[in-house]
Design a protein around this ligand. Structure first.
Ligand SMILES: Cc1cc2nc3c(=O)[nH]c(=O)nc-3n(C[C@H](O)[C@H](O)[C@H](O)COP(=O)(O)OP(=O)(O)OC[C@H]3O[C@@H](n4cnc5c(N)ncnc54)[C@H](O)[C@@H]3O)c2cc1C
Length: 384
């Protein structure tokens, strides 16, 4: 069986690694140039961890993991609000949790698959014709090929979804925020794993990467869903966060390479069915949870593992049905968790900010952390 994977992100690369274990031949097309990846940090949680264990990649991820330590939160004047310790979260997950820069994460997976899986960078698909017994694919450079199955792992703004399932807007559930994330070189160490600041309708901060750089993450209320071009983005960031003190002030004036960075609306993707004939969706293209749940990567990895296992055992019709039946409950739950987190994470009032400052350190303290995790973390999905 030959499978075309459109998108070489966390979902596509994990899917390729899982298919190779079953002796199935994947080909990846990735629109970006080699090495171009999002400059933000992602977390590996229970479902992703179990897939990483199956693929024998835990140690490789650990070697590139970011340091876990204290997180300090301040108000927009730089006054201390509260602190907690990421190591307590890791302990509650029995050590099966890590934070890693997305590009490091992808490097580990790329190294694992590239010998046996062709990855065609800087290309994409422009047409997909499913005649019932295979899919004829036309690529951006005009070349053509035929595959038994095509899997769209091309993210939130999926082209496969747009070509086969319908326009982007049809599947969009906007949560009412925009977010941006990029990487900055630090002039002095942050002195903590994370320095966060918040204000009504705003949340932002910097994560220590461990190599003299930091990963930023900013989120603010904005109901609009139009895309802003790179020239307009810095002005918006200045308008929303320009009056905040260090370390945010320096991050805002640093050089931002928008090819390597993230700036978009925060919206979930809801597709009633993740496959049509021999074309299927996986990861953010099928169910984008948004970064608010902190589980998008792990959920994509679990989906990749399950889809590959089903395809190894069954014909594509039955396999795609089983994949959907096994993944849908987890995705529905995590989309609800993500919406719920969003409404607290971005404080809607000064009272909301005070409440968060009072509640979060208690919820994330050692005596309560397991209870908190059970409410917010993804339940382990049966991957075997
Ligand atoms: C700021 C931020 C912070 C996050 N933090 C976390 C976190 O802490 N923990 C967590 O688990 N998740 C986090 N996430 C979510 C996580 O990044 C996503 O859920 C995950 O990356 C989904 O993987 P994916 O492969 O489905 O999609 P993507 O990561 O979007 O990858 C899609 C890939 O497809 C490529 N592509 C796109 N269009 C085409 C095309 N037409 N043709 C070919 N290739 C194409 C892209 O270049 C990309 O390589 C965060 C997301 C953001 C934006």
């Amino acid at each position: 069986m030959r499978i075309l994977i459109v998108g070489g992100g966390p979902a596509g690369l994990t899917f390729a690694a899982c298919l190779l274990r079953h002796g199935i031949e994947p080909v990846i097309v990735e629109k970006a140039a080699h090495g171009r990846t999002g400059g933000y940090s992602i977390g590996l949680h229970v479902n992703g961890w179990r897939v990483a264990e199956k693929l024998g990649l835990v140690e490789a991820f650990r070697e590139k993991a970011m340091p876990l330590g204290l997180a300090h939160h301040r108000d927009r004047h730089g006054r201390k609000l509260f602190s907690y310790d990421y190591r307590t979260l890791a302990e509650a997950a029995d050590g099966r949790l890590l934070a890693i820069m997305r590009q490091d994460f992808q490097e580990v997976l790329t190294t694992a698959v590239q010998e046996n899986c062709p990855i065609r960078y800087e290309t994409t698909v422009i047409s997909l014709e499913d005649d019932g017994s295979g899919v004829d694919v036309t690529f951006f450079d005009g070349s053509r090929d035929r595959f038994d199955l095509v899997v769209g792992a091309d993210g939130y703004r999926s082209s496969v979804r747009a070509l086969v399932f319908g326009p982007h807007e049809t599947f969009l559930r906007p949560l009412g925020y925009r977010a941006s994330a990029w990487r900055v070189r630090l002039t002095k160490p942050l002195g903590a794993s994370f320095i966060g600041m918040m204000d009504v309708d705003h949340q932002g901060g910097l994560y220590t990467v461990g190599d003299g750089t930091a990963a930023t993450l900013f989120c603010w209320r904005d109901e609009r869903t139009d895309r802003l071009d790179p020239d307009a983005r810095r002005a918006v960031l200045q308008q929303e966060f320009g009056h905040w003190p260090e370390p945010v002030a320096s991050a805002l004036t640093s050089a931002i390479d928008w090819d390597q960075s993230f700036f978009d609306t925060v919206s979930q993707i809801e597709v009633p069915r993740w496959s049509k004939g021999r074309i299927a969706l996986l990861g953010d293209s099928a169910w984008c949870l948004t970064f608010l749940a902190g589980q998008g990567t792990s959920t994509a990895m679990a989906g990749a593992y399950i889809l590959a296992a089903e395809l190894a055992r069954k014909g594509h019709v039955e396999a795609l049905e089983s994949y959907e039946a096994r993944m849908r409950p987890l995705v529905t739950k995590m989309q609800a968790v993500s919406r719920n987190i969003g409404s607290h994470y971005i404080p809607q009032s000064t009272f909301g900010m005070r409440l968060q400052s009072w509640l979060l350190p208690i919820m994330l303290s050692r005596p309560l952390i397991r209870f908190t995790s059970s409410r917010l973390a993804a339940p382990p999905v049966a991957i075997d």
